[in-house]
Write a protein that binds this ligand. Structure first.
Ligand code: 1GP
Length: 245
């Protein structure tokens, strides 16, 4: 089964939780241990990614460790065109829709495409929309940030993702954001599109996770929380709230 089908099958039963692990933040063995914890907490898959410091080597080691320790799909959430590895299960073939730099909209993808094909990696096309405050990814990606109250622009970007044939749309407030994407923006985008909607950035509490799910997120991503908290009960509470179980 493809990773995309695995996600769609699970999504047909409710909202998913995906844990984001940055291979630059801990040794691979530790990432594997974190993934095993998250599997116990109910997480559906692991995204591997970071805005800086991801290399083919740390990506590869982290993917292998995650798969061995948790059995969960290890999906690359790419931050550059160089760090790609045959050890990942799938790759989000993404365009930062609101980047002011052509390279992040289309250039890096064109550069990487032949190599991805050569390695035979599954690709899942995704439109990535960065909302204020945007944090590091907004900065590195030179994003023309969608304002928190500009629901109309967020909807327009998401509709464009769908019309381009992208199979996922991602509303991103940025890793470590003080506030997650506003629920009213999630709700409006979800109502406008028919492709699955991913939401992430600044979700650290069961309340924030539940608000994103109730507003219509199909997949909720948390990264910082997992890096900062090793209390399995707290992690479980956020995962359960994300999944509504
Ligand atoms: C970043 O949306 C993710 O790409 C996760 O953000 O680290 O704030 O959970 P956090």
């Amino acid at each position: 089964m493809t990773v995309k089908q695995y996600l769609l099958d699970r999504m047909s039963e409710g909202t998913l939780h995906i844990a984001l692990l940055d291979p630059d933040k801990q040794p691979a063995e530790k990432a594997g241990e974190m993934a095993r914890h998250m599997k116990e907490a109910g997480t559906d898959a692991i995204f591997i990614g970071g805005s800086t410091g991801v290399t083919a080597q740390n990506l590869s080691e982290t993917a292998v460790a995650i798969k061995e320790a948790s059995g969960l799909p290890a999906i690359l959430f790419p931050g550059n065109a160089e760090a790609i590895s045959p050890d990942i299960d799938a790759l989000l073939f993404m365009s930062m829709m609101n980047s002011s730099k052509l390279d992040w909209v289309m250039g890096a993808q064109v550069y990487a495409a032949p190599y991805i094909r050569k390695l035979g990696i599954e690709t899942i096309p995704m439109g990535y929309i960065v909302v204020e405050p945007g944090m590091k990814v907004g900065e590195v990606g030179k994003a023309m940030l969608v304002k928190r109250d500009d629901v109309k622009t967020a909807v327009s970007y998401a509709l464009a993702c769908e019309m381009f044939g992208m199979e996922l749309a991602y509303l991103e407030a940025g890793s470590g954001a003080g506030q997650p994407v506003p629920p009213e923006m999630i709700r409006a985008v979800k109502e406008a599109i028919s492709i699955p909607l991913i939401v992430g950035g600044g979700i650290r509490t069961p309340e924030a996770a539940a608000a994103a799910r109730e507003a219509g997120a199909d997949i909720i991503v948390t990264g910082t929380l997992i890096e900062q908290c090793d209390d399995l009960d707290k992690l479980k509470a956020v995962v359960k709230a994300a999944k509504g179980i």
